[in-house]
Design a protein. Structure first.
Length: 170
C-alpha cells in the first residue's frame, strides 16, 4: 500500500516537473490565449447582464485592439493611448453613477425634511398664560415638642494604688 502510494506521488511530481518545463519554454501560450478569451467573454456577458452598455463597448474595443497585431510602433503606442482613454472614460462613468446615486439619496433626505416641516407647521399649540398672583401662600403652623428630662445615671469607678519600685518615672 505505501509503496503504491509512493510511486503515485513520484509520478505526480515527474508530471508536474514536465508540465512546468513545457510552460516555462512558452509551450502553453495557446492556453493563455484561451483563458484570456474566456475571461473577456465572461466579463462581457456580466456587463451585458448588468446593463452597462458603455463598459461593454469599451471591453469590445479593448479586445479588438488586443487582437490586432501591429508592426508599427506608432500604431502600438496609439492603441495603448486609446486603451488608457477607454479605461479613464469607464472610471469617469463609474464616478458619475456614484455621484448620481448620492444626489438621489440627498434628494430623498431633502424630501423627508420638507415633509416633516409641513407636519410641524400643521401642529398648532395653544398659548397658555400662568398667573403667579393666584398661587396661594401656604403657612406652616409651629409645632412644639416637649422632651422629658431623663435622670442622670452615675457609675462609681474603683480606686487603685500604684507604687513604683524606685524613683524612676513610670
Amino acid at each position: 500500500m505505501k509503496t503504491t502510494q509512493g510511486w503515485g506521488w513520484l509520478a505526480a511530481g515527474v508530471l508536474a516537473l514536465g508540465l512546468n518545463g513545457f510552460y516555462q519554454d512558452g509551450g502553453a501560450a495557446w492556453a493563455h490565449r484561451v483563458a484570456d478569451e474566456v475571461a473577456d467573454r465572461s466579463v462581457a456577458l456580466a456587463d451585458l447582464a448588468s446593463g452597462t452598455v458603455d463598459e461593454l463597448m469599451a471591453k469590445v474595443e479593448l479586445a479588438a485592439a488586443r487582437d490586432e497585431t501591429t508592426s508599427c510602433k506608432l500604431a502600438t503606442a496609439m492603441a495603448r493611448f486609446e486603451t488608457g482613454m477607454a479605461r479613464t472614460q469607464t472610471g469617469l462613468a463609474h464616478f458619475e453613477a456614484m455621484t448620481a446615486r448620492q444626489e438621489a439619496a440627498l434628494a430623498r433626505v431633502e424630501a423627508n425634511r420638507a415633509r416633516i416641516e409641513a407636519q410641524v407647521a400643521r401642529v398648532r399649540l395653544a398659548p397658555m398664560a400662568f398667573d403667579a398672583a393666584k398661587i396661594p401662600v401656604v403657612v406652616c403652623p409651629r409645632v412644639r415638642v416637649n422632651l422629658p428630662k431623663l435622670p442622670m445615671v452615675r457609675i462609681p469607678a474603683p480606686m487603685t494604688d500604684v507604687h513604683s519600685a524606685g524613683a524612676e518615672p513610670i
